[in-house]
Design a protein around this ligand. Structure first.
Ligand code: NDP
Length: 244
């Protein structure tokens, strides 16, 4: 697979899917540039990768702040001289019924899951244009494929990203690649952010009974990156075999 030596930025790298993806790609010889808000987690992940013989750097990144994403890409350029892949993975799930009117939660999800992805694209594209190559990978969700109660606004943010990914792919005219990966239930910290205690307990139960390892998503990311540069992997759905 064409992964060794590639410079890969990952947002939301401090836990779950982002962390697993960083470890897997670094293990395959990629140079990973890691962003998230929790600096201690990023530092220990970088240490783990470097101690294992890999290459990694990190920068505290809040995807709500375009300047932070620009700094993350700048770090990639300063350390490694290029950027091959931008993985927009950071996300939150403030799940609730729409009639619960959690306006703050809606805004937070739109800011992180939708605007955060756009800011990531905005930071990476100038570099991709200059290089004449690059790859945007957006982590979406099966929530946007099978619409169910409680997940409405979360799913809406994810489907907005699906739409943007496809438009970007067409606009790229082959200059860079665009991949959307939609995970189903994956065992991570994602549902810890749900406010309502009953909804949170139900989501945690479902995640622990049904959820699969974040390595399943990391493998899909590696598959998409590892294709020859003329091959664009558009959409991948990876869910537990038992998910309805
Ligand atoms: P985690 O909660 O384990 O990871 C989320 C990551 O996003 C963390 O590293 C967190 O880091 C980061 N993050 C949250 N807010 C921000 C922010 N404002 N700026 C920068 N980073 C931020 O959950 P997952 O690994 O599951 O989530 C990763 C992606 O996968 C998300 O987009 C999620 O929607 C998607 N997904 C997950 C599914 C699942 O079942 N787990 C299913 C479908 C999609 P920090 O707090 O340090 O900033």
């Amino acid at each position: 697979m064409e992964i060794k030596g590639k410079v890969i930025a990952i947002t939301g790298a401090s836990s779950g899917i982002g962390e697993a993806t960083a470890l897997m790609l670094a293990g395959m010889g990629a140079k990973v540039v890691l962003g998230a808000r929790r600096e201690d987690r990023l530092r220990s992940l970088v240490d783990r990768i470097v101690t294992g013989g890999g290459e990694a750097v990190s920068s505290v990144t809040d995807v709500k702040r375009p300047a932070d994403l620009n700094s993350l890409i700048k770090l990639a350029m300063e350390e490694y001289g290029r950027l091959d892949v931008m993985i927009n993975n950071a996300g939150i799930s403030k799940l609730s019924r729409i009639d619960a009117l959690d306006v703050d939660g809606w805004e937070e999800m739109i800011d992180v899951n939708l605007k955060g992805v756009l800011y990531g694209i905005a930071a990476a594209l100038p570099v991709f244009k200059q290089q004449g190559s690059g790859h945007v990978i957006n982590i979406i969700s099966t929530s946007g494929i099978k619409i169910v109660p409680i997940q409405g606004v979360y799913a809406a943010t994810k489907n907005a990203v699906r739409t943007i990914s496809e438009a970007l792919r067409q606009e790229s005219n082959g200059a860079y690649r665009v991949t959307g990966i939609s995970p189903g239930y994956i065992q991570t910290e994602l549902v810890d952010g749900i406010e309502d205690p009953d909804l949170k307990a139900a989501a945690k139960e479902r995640m622990s009974s049904l959820g699969i390892s974040p390595d399943a998503i990391a493998s899909a990311v590696a598959f998409a990156i590892g294709q020859p540069s003329s091959v664009d992997v558009g959409d991948i759905v990876v869910r537990p075999a038992a998910q309805d």
